[in-house]
Ligand binder design. Structure first.
Ligand SMILES: Cc1cc2nc3c(=O)[nH]c(=O)nc-3n(C[C@H](O)[C@H](O)[C@H](O)COP(=O)(O)OP(=O)(O)OC[C@H]3O[C@@H](n4cnc5c(N)ncnc54)[C@H](O)[C@@H]3O)c2cc1C
Length: 541
């Protein structure tokens, strides 16, 4: 554990963990006046932001209004979206789009105006996009900008290990009576040297994305292991609404296809969901909802989950083969090409699909400036729970949330007088390497993701949640032992965080005695008359 204070090798004004849309936006806002470090655990481009296809929601069309965007968001949030946070995001969304345009993002245009699409749940056309690869275009522009901005130092392949707080340095717990604890910096594993490096700064921003990897099937990239949520929790921050995990109904199921989304437009264009031949080959959505395949995504995801569990299936089928090849090529060229690479001709055969964890609605509790319970520590983007998404996220509201809170957190930091640089202890590297470690880590990782899928997935019951909680407790003991005694690796750090996040999801789900938004419990199928967020308070750190 930490040794005596030593001079720190890396001293900055602001540390930003994560290089997605949230992290890079904050870096660009802060760099003109502050010395900023951006740490990211893989390459700069890795993360969910680059994978976003649809676009970014903002009120820009004539006839649309802030009220309408706020209302649509509150309806999706099923009574749990915070009206003030929602209005804050909606009102700042247009200036975020203008900011991206000024940086050079080539948004799709029509007749010299931004082209706006419409998505499920939105009452107007308000989604700006760059064809069907919005996130990649935005990330490319931001990466070019941060690379040429002098005030930003980039640390790729650096994985956050833990935050350094004043109370941990003093070797005591953070008690409310002492006032808020303060974040002084962090430890990060440098993969190039295999060393844990110390960073110090008066301000730290967590922008580490979501936690989709806690589930066996996910649309998220490998980076989405909930690291920021787990680290903030360990540092003493409250987390909220972790039971609300959004599942996308149709992700390609194939051993060589990881996280490939089959857009909901396939169902919109007449695609039918079928049981595989082994289970009868019949269409099942009409049995679940009168809107059949056109029911909202959480209804479709639940129906698929039900059929898979009932018949013991690995996947179901989505069939668009009744449409002519020319139609398929015109509407779904990428899906057609990707499936063909894997030997599936979607013009002649159905697509094997499974639902997959897509978005983490909950996270580290923050205010409108991205501030957490620990002074000097901010959380922005998918890592945070700002109150916008409530019990269900409205499509295309997440990228805009990243930008709005990157800006407000940066403004808060810019308005704060710069304190003395904190002195922080170096990492104690007396731990040893254990050859047994790798197999245990990969086994535990697989086990966790499988039982989270089976027991804490789309449909929950008290019994399944209890089962998951027992297994999580066992894994936590084992992983804590590894963490305390052995040399840390990225896999170990990620597993430690995933198990922590899994515990937070299960505890939140157990605390909610109703079904609301994305949380569905067979034991409590009705929605309660009143709505309250699920707040988890960490034990004294
Ligand atoms: C397939 C897909 C499609 C989507 N489509 C849309 C869409 O059309 N519109 C929309 O609004 N939203 C969409 N979303 C959601 C949206 O992309 C994400 O919510 C958003 O990009 C999150 O941005 P972020 O900056 O918070 O996190 P990310 O972009 O995920 O970035 C997180 C960063 O943190 C780094 N990191 C994580 N842990 C550590 C650690 N321990 N140490 C150092 N670095 C770390 C990662 O490497 C990464 O750089 C989509 C998501 C997916 C997966």
């Amino acid at each position: 554990m930490p040794t005596l204070p030593t001079p720190t090798p890396h001293d900055f004004d602001v540390l930003i963990v994560g290089s997605g849309l949230a992290g890079l936006s904050a870096a660009l806002h802060l760099a003109p006046t502050h010395r900023v470090a951006v740490l990211t655990k893989r390459a700069l481009s890795d993360g969910s932001s680059g994978w976003a296809q649809g676009g970014i929601a903002a009120v820009l069309a004539e006839g649309d209004s802030f009220e309408a965007h706020v209302d649509d968001t509150l309806v999706a949030g099923a009574g749990l979206s915070d009206p003030a946070a929602t209005r804050f995001v909606v009102e700042h969304a247009p200036e975020s789009i203008a900011w991206l345009q000024a940086l050079g993002v080539p948004f799709s245009q029509e007749d010299g105006e931004l082209h706006l699409t419409r998505e499920g749940g939105h009452s107007a056309r308000r989604i700006v996009h760059v064809t069907d690869a919005t996130g990649a275009a935005v990330q490319k522009t931001l990466i070019e900008q941060v690379r040429r901005t002098p005030g930003i130092t980039l640390f790729e392949h650096h994985t956050l290990v833990d935050l350094i707080t004043a109370s941990k340095m003093a070797g005591k717990s953070a008690h409310a009576a002492d006032g808020p604890d303060r974040c002084l910096g962090l430890y990060a594993l440098n993969e190039a040297t295999d060393e844990v490096v110390t960073f110090s700064a008066p301000h730290t921003i967590l922008a580490t994305g979501g936690a989709g990897k806690v589930y066996l099937y996910t649309t998220n990239p490998d980076t989405a292991t909930g690291d920021g949520i787990a680290a903030a929790w360990r540092a003493g921050c409250r987390v909220a609404n972790m039971e609300f995990i959004q599942f996308h109904p149709t992700c390609l199921y194939h051993p060589h296809a990881k996280s490939f989304l089959i857009t909901e437009a396939v169902r919109g264009e007449g695609g039918r969901l079928l049981l595989p031949e082994s289970a009868g080959g019949t269409r099942f959505m009409p049995l679940h909802d009168s809107r059949a395949e056109l029911a909202p995504r959480d209804v479709v995801a639940r129906a698929i989950d039900f059929e898979m569990k009932k018949h013991g299936l690995d996947c179901v089928h989505l069939d668009i083969s009744h449409q002519p090849l020319a139609f398929i090529l015109a509407h779904f060229p990428n899906i057609h090409a990707r499936c063909l690479e894997l030997g599936i001709d979607i013009a002649r055969q159905p697509i094997p699909v499974v639902p997959a964890a897509h978005y983490t609605c909950g996270g580290v509790l923050t205010d409108l400036d991205g501030r957490t319970d620990v002074a000097g520590l901010y959380a922005i983007g998918e890592t945070a729970c700002t109150g916008l998404h409530g019990a269900n996220r409205l499509a295309s509201n997440s990228l805009v949330e990243c930008m709005v809170f990157a800006r407000s957190a940066s403004h808060d930091i810019l308005a704060t007088p710069m304190p003395q640089p904190p002195e922080v202890p170096a990492w104690d590297d007396s731990r040893v390497t254990d050859a047994d470690e790798l197999v245990v880590i990969s086994h535990n990782w697989d086990e966790l993701r499988r039982f989270m899928w089976d027991y804490v997935g789309i449909v929950r019951t008290n019994k399944r949640l209890d089962r998951a909680a027992r297994r999580i407790a066992l894994l936590q003991g084992e992983i804590q032992d590894f963490y305390a005694h052995f040399h840390v690796t990225r896999d170990l750090l990620e597993l430690r965080n995933l198990v922590q996040v899994a515990e937070l999801i299960v505890r939140s789900a157990q605390a909610r005695h109703e079904s609301r938004g994305l949380h569905f419990s067979r034991d409590y199928p009705e929605m309660a008359a009143t709505a309250a967020p699920t707040l988890l308070i960490p034990p004294a750190a």
